[in-house]
Write a protein that binds this ligand. Structure first.
Ligand SMILES: NC(=O)c1ccc[n+]([C@@H]2O[C@H](COP(=O)([O-])OP(=O)(O)OC[C@H]3O[C@@H](n4cnc5c(N)ncnc54)[C@H](OP(=O)(O)O)[C@@H]3O)[C@@H](O)[C@H]2O)c1
Length: 312
């Protein structure tokens, strides 16, 4: 199988930078499309780079010549801007669009109240409606955020865990950033785009129930973790409150709810891609052997809000 020519948009993010590095290392020809004001000086000189203003359609169409796959890895603030790709791709020979997702399948109207989930869903739907072959990659929960900042109700340094609904017995689908990066390279470097089109590809490095995570916390700290319990009704109230007040924390409450009612693993789907030759990390590797890598800097208010949730 020959390499696909891959254009990547949004290369400097926390998850995206690792993915771009892995795609470059795969040997596939990578072209980085960067927005005005971004910086490409850290990229190897072998990587093609093109400045693109997504609001300039003709510039975007030109930049997408000689490209097989467009992978957008844009962060939350730029999700809606990806509609520019949906407009441009039909005027090119691009064979596959991979919008920025890296979450879980959400299509239920109630769950689509979470603004970023809705924005991602609308881009993916618009691409499909435009007849663009589209693939999304679904990861569930990133290990580094899951264990470092309390976003899922796990306080690993503080030895505390919140069981939401039935999350004590339900599994969380967890991937490290390195695993996601390796998966992108494994999926997109050489697979013929026609074999990927129309798929929601799940990846899964670790699956663990809340109880299993609590057991590893106990091993780490030498004593039982402090356990709190939240009902699914409480998470609904919190989601409603966040939406009314415009708080971005709705996503955190939504993900906890999805863990607690079993839809998180379902949301990663059944089309699971195995990353050949990759040695998956285990919970013990991450939490007991110090292999958990740091997450990005998170706004102190968000961190404080996650920590404040550790109460009944
Ligand atoms: N499931 C999970 O637990 C989890 C965790 C983390 C991330 N994710 C997902 O992974 C994807 C990538 O995340 P990330 O952490 O790499 O994102 P990020 O760090 O927030 O941002 C990635 C890049 O997006 C570009 N960008 C940001 N705001 C923009 C705007 N308003 N307009 C245009 N471009 C903008 C920037 O590009 P430049 O480099 O050009 O500045 C930035 O480097 C997202 O879909 C995110 O939701 C999922």
């Amino acid at each position: 199988m020959s390499f696909n020519r891959i254009a990547v948009y949004a290369h400097r993010g926390w998850a995206s930078s690792a993915i771009v590095k892995a795609l470059i290392s795969s040997g596939a020809p990578v072209k980085v499309l960067y927005r005005p004001g971004s910086d490409v000086s850290n990229l190897p000189s072998s990587v093609a780079t093109t400045e693109v203003d997504l609001e300039n359609q003709s510039q975007l169409v030109n930049a997408l010549q000689d490209v097989d796959i467009v992978a957008s890895l844009v962060g939350h603030d730029g999700v809606q801007k990806q509609h520019a790709f949906v407009k441009a791709i039909p005027k090119t020979n691009v064979k596959l669009f991979v919008p920025s997702d890296l979450g879980l399948r959400v299509s239920d109207e109630y769950d689509l109240r979470v603004p970023v989930s809705k924005a991602k869903y609308e881009v993916e739907k618009a691409a499909k409606d435009a007849g663009i072959p589209t693939t999304v990659v679904l990861v569930g929960s990133l290990a580094e955020s899951t264990f470092s900042i309390g976003i899922m109700g796990i306080d690993y340094p503080g030895n505390r865990i919140i069981f939401t609904g039935d999350s004590e017995n339900q599994e969380l689908n967890i991937c490290t950033r390195n695993y996601v990066a390796a998966a992108y390279a494994s999926i997109f470097a050489r697979t013929p785009p026609a074999q990927l089109a129309g798929r929601a590809i799940g990846i899964s490095e670790i699956k663990a129930t809340g109880r299993e995570i609590a057991e590893v916390l106990k091993k780490k700290h030498g004593k039982e973790p402090q356990i709190f319990r939240h009902s699914l009704e409480k998470t609904d109230q919190e989601i409603d409150h966040c939406i009314q007040t415009g708080s971005r924390l709705s996503l955190s409450w939504y993900c906890r709810k999805a863990w607690g009612n079993g839809t998180l693993v379902k949301g990663v789907g059944e089309d699971i891609w195995e990353v050949e030759g990759y040695k998956n990390a285990s919970l013990e590797d991450l939490l007991l052997s110090g292999k958990l890598e740091p997450y990005r800097n998170v706004a102190p208010e968000a961190r404080a809000a996650f920590m404040a949730a550790f109460k009944e």
